[in-house]
Design a protein around this ligand. Structure first.
Ligand code: GEK
Length: 241
């Protein structure tokens, strides 16, 4: 796995973070060392797919990056005629993901699409996964997307929503940010790397509070919503239609 050193040297101008070829080259290392619980969330996404994927339906992986959630789902789906639709709008991600998927063996068909998920129709879904993707979408586009997801889900279908979160309490918010930075330091990132990455993500990754997420999910029609994973300022919610 290529080691992430993208922010290790002082940068005169820290441009906004983009999912380009440089990021793709180090992505698995970057996300594992940056997101507490990432491996657990990916593994449990597969476990949930094994339980909730329905025959003759689709499972969506929105913002699939290199297909970690897709692969986990594919390993667990047992029902007939259930396919995975994996979408990402970064061409470099899709290109590399295509190579990764080509080396995997699975009975579950995967349709890999390079497109803006905000423009992609969704339908006949037994499962929709948004693992660390909603946070990169413009806040004003989030409710309409969530409504489309709810409408696309079959009865009994589920949404998995994993996000970096903010806290309404300023003290707790600061504490969680610092604990997350300690996690990154423990995983080998320097003070400079943590600081420069934080600047690059400013205005690109826009976190919301768990209350905001719950209210939005409620407002589009979900009644059964709860958190199934949280570590510091990273959480994953499960919503059942
Ligand atoms: C994983 N889920 O490994 N349309 C499609 N894709 C988008 C859009 C959009 N409008 N905006 C951002 N993306 C993955 C990790 S990464 C999270 C997801 C992270 C894509 C973007 O190109 C990137 O690949 C992904 O969303 C977010 O579990 O890097 O922290």
């Amino acid at each position: 796995m290529n080691h992430d050193k993208l922010f290790s040297r002082p940068l005169a101008d820290i441009a906004g973070f983009t999912f380009d070829a440089d990021v793709v080259a180090v992505f698995p290392d970057m996300i594992q060392r940056s997101v507490p619980g990432y491996e657990t969330i990916i593994a449990m996404t597969g476990t949930l797919a094994g339980r909730y994927a329905q025959p003759q339906s689709k499972c969506y992986d929105l913002g699939c990056s290199l297909g970690a959630s897709t692969l986990s789902m594919a390993q667990h789906i047992q029902v007939p005629d259930c396919s995975i639709v994996a979408i990402d709008n970064a061409p470099a991600m899709i290109e590399h993901c295509t190579t990764i998927l080509a080396h995997e063996q699975s009975d579950t068909a995967v349709d890999l699409i390079c497109a803006d998920l905000l423009d992609t129709p969704l339908n006949n879904a037994s499962m929709v996964v948004l693992n660390f993707t909603l946070q990169f979408l413009p806040p004003e586009a989030r409710s309409a997307l969530m409504q489309r997801i709810y409408d696309a889900l079959l009865p009994g279908g589920i949404l998995i929503l994993s996000e970096k979160i903010a806290f309404a309490d300023a003290h707790l918010n600061q504490l969680m940010i610092e604990l997350h930075h300690s996690f990154k330091r423990a995983n080998g990132y320097s003070e400079l790397e943590v600081a420069q990455k934080r600047s690059a993500l400013e205005n690109v990754l826009i976190p919301e509070t768990l209350d905001q997420h719950r209210q939005r999910l409620n407002s589009v029609g979900f009644n059964s919503i709860d958190i199934w994973f949280q570590c510091f300022n990273f959480a994953s919610l499960l919503a059942i239609k």
